[in-house]
Design a protein around this ligand. Structure first.
Ligand SMILES: [Zn+2]
Ligand SMILES: [Zn+2]
Length: 299
């Protein structure tokens, strides 16, 4: 199941990239007070937030991990590259971890279950921390040969996987470049880097990690799943539809996670647009009769 250990240096980088954007958010509050935040920064931050969020949700998650649709080659490569710009690790490792999560959801072997330490308040606090970000600080490495052989066999994808350091630099410096060019100032470059680079990465990190922590602890469970996954509506928009997590565990290969009435799922809408454009085919839209069978009977 595992493929050796991360090197000390790799482990250091994971900690660095998980913690530095978080410190930026803490510093953001006083900085925003009256100055240092403009509409340009907000626009850039929102643009990069949803672009990279969709790279992860549509690309890394629904497409690469679960095969919810078939993509043409250009879209396949673009999704791998844009997802990498969320700074959540290279695509192959991300997919391997997430497939392992589904294979062992909330049991021994799940890389990030909040339920591995018991159900007392102290055990759940420890579980929350572990599921949210603590799991990344361990040195276990999911074996990609077992969990992502399809991606290892694709030369384009292994190339994007190796370009991860460069894409990390790009995701931080592009907002700075755009901020500088739009405002024609070094100050605009700096605030662009700060808000649309660091703060945006940190916010998306915590929203993604909340799907692993909160969405396995709190929320509604309308469908039968073998684990503790739950639908947590407050994160529907920020998570681009991924917080309908109980529905996702009930039907993992589905292209839409927000299967109920009025459940906003931006990722599903984007897949729908790709399908209309002819870039995505064989989209696995949820089948109502399947969900009718999975529905939990009211107690
Ligand atoms: Zn899950
Ligand atoms: Zn999944």
């Amino acid at each position: 199941m595992l493929a050796g250990e991360k090197t000390r240096f790799e482990n250091f980088l994971v900690k660095l990239f998980a913690v530095v954007p978080l410190l930026a958010v803490a510093a953001a509050v006083p900085l925003a007070w009256g100055w240092g935040l403009s509409w340009t920064d907000i626009g850039l931050a929102a643009g990069f937030y949803f672009l990279t969020c969709l790279g992860v949700t549509v690309g890394f998650h629904r497409y690469f991990t679960h095969g919810a649709f078939k993509a043409n080659r250009a879209l396949r490569i673009a999704l791998a590259a844009i997802g990498s710009m969320a700074m959540q690790g290279p695509v192959i490792g991300w997919v391997a971890d997430h497939r392992r999560h589904h294979a062992y959801a909330d049991r021994e072997g799940d890389p990030h279950s909040p339920w591995l330490f018991g159900t007392s308040a102290a055990a759940l606090a420890k579980g929350f921390w572990h599921a949210h970000m603590g799991w990344m600080f361990g040195r276990d490495k999911t074996n990609p040969r077992r969990f992502a052989p399809d991606l290892l066999a694709d030369d384009d994808i292994t190339r994007v996987d190796k370009l991860f350091p460069l894409l990390t630099v790009a995701t931080l410096l592009t907002p700075a470049l755009l901020g500088g060019l739009i405002t024609m100032s070094w100050w605009g470059a700096l605030t662009g880097f700060f808000w649309a680079g660091l703060v945006r990465v940190a916010l998306l990190h915590h929203v993604t990690w909340s799907v692993n922590s909160i969405c396995h602890m709190i929320g509604e469970r309308p469908y039968a799943a073998r684990d503790k996954s739950a639908n947590f509506w407050p994160l529907a928009i920020l998570s681009c539809g991924e917080s309908w997590h109980n529905s996702h565990h009930a039907d993992p290969t589905g292209a839409r996670h927000g299967v109920g009435r009025g459940q906003i799922d931006i990722s599903a809408r984007v897949i729908w647009i790709f399908e209309k454009l002819g870039w995505a085919t064989q989209v696995r839209w949820p089948r109502p009769e399947r969900f009718a069978k999975l529905a939990n009977k009211p107690a």
